[in-house]
Design a protein around this ligand. Structure first.
Ligand SMILES: NC(=O)c1ccc[n+]([C@@H]2O[C@H](COP(=O)([O-])OP(=O)(O)OC[C@H]3O[C@@H](n4cnc5c(N)ncnc54)[C@H](O)[C@@H]3O)[C@@H](O)[C@H]2O)c1
Length: 256
């Protein structure tokens, strides 16, 4: 018997930031479980590499170079998904960027603005266009990718922390606005996990990462595949009553 909790056949999932890291692994995990995929990323080459890695028929995937900082692009990805599959069962607003370490008194306006453009506007305008598609079909699930930095402070990451807290707030607001329409909105809040986003000053050496790992009760960072496995569980067709939650995947950091 196939496990219906992990069966995504006939399920269309939109993923932003699908060219690397969590987005690529999630596309792979869902493709092997039968999902149709609408994938976007600003990195066209990386996005094509993701599509090539899926080994699925072209009828099951649409991909688009897509900048989540642009409202028009957020709409374009939703339009591409609806045109191809006539539905979006789940949307994962995953695209995101970090910034070089800067204490509050060192944060520049341009760094802050870029965080808001990509990490906040990307989620807000993603949902703005995903929600009408879900309203018209009568159901849907949005999974926003926040961060542990969306639940608490993180030294020298103030602009990122502000952006990821905004994602948590938008998630809760959308959950209470659209719950009665059978649309649920949740967020995942991962601890550090070695993907390209950690290739910035302060996080890109073995020494720095070993130090970060000491901050977790499990004394290690999260493997990107572990984060994505949890995303798959959250997106499971069987996960149908969770709404408005910001789920930490952190090896126990928030239990300290
Ligand atoms: N890896 C971690 O430690 C960690 C921890 C907490 C949260 N997160 C969040 O997870 C999400 C995925 O990050 P990741 O770890 O896979 O990093 P990653 O850098 O591997 O992937 C991020 C993807 O987003 C894309 N992207 C960046 N700007 C974009 C834009 N304007 N429009 C469209 N796509 C854009 C990048 O090209 C890249 O493919 C991000 O939102 C990040 O903040 C990551």
């Amino acid at each position: 018997m196939s496990d219906t909790l992990l069966d995504f056949t006939q399920h269309t999932v939109l993923i932003t930031g699908a060219a690397s890291g969590f987005g690529r692994l999630l596309a792979q995990a869902l493709a092997m479980r039968g999902a149709n995929l609408a994938l976007g990323d600003i990195d066209e080459e990386g996005l094509q590499a993701t599509v090539d890695s899926l080994s699925i028929d072209a009828s099951r995937v649409v991909s688009l170079r897509n900048d989540v900082a642009s409202e028009a692009d957020c709409k374009a990805l939703v339009d591409a998904a609806v045109n191809k599959f006539s539905r979006i069962d789940s949307a994962v607003n995953n695209a995101g960027i970090a910034h070089d370490p800067a204490a509050i008194h060192q944060i520049s306006e341009s760094v802050f603005d870029r965080q808001m453009d990509v990490n906040v506007k990307g989620v807000l305008f993603g949902m703005k266009y995903q929600l009408p598609a879900m309203l018209s079909q009568g159901h849907g699930h949005i999974l926003n990718v926040s961060s542990l930095a969306g639940l608490g402070g993180a030294p020298k990451a103030g602009a990122y922390v502000a952006a990821k807290h905004a994602v948590a707030g938008l998630t809760k607001t959308a959950a209470v606005e659209y719950g009665r329409k059978n649309i649920r909105v949740n967020a995942i809040c991962p601890f550090f996990s070695p993907t390209n986003i950690l290739n910035v000053d302060g996080y890109n050496t073995d020494e720095a990462r070993a130090k970060l790992a000491m901050g977790s009760p499990m004394k290690r960072l999260g493997d990107p595949q572990e984060m994505v496995n949890t995303m798959v569980l959250l997106l499971s067709p069987g996960n149908s009553y969770m709404n408005g939650q910001t789920i930490a995947v952190d090896g126990g950091v928030t239990a300290w």
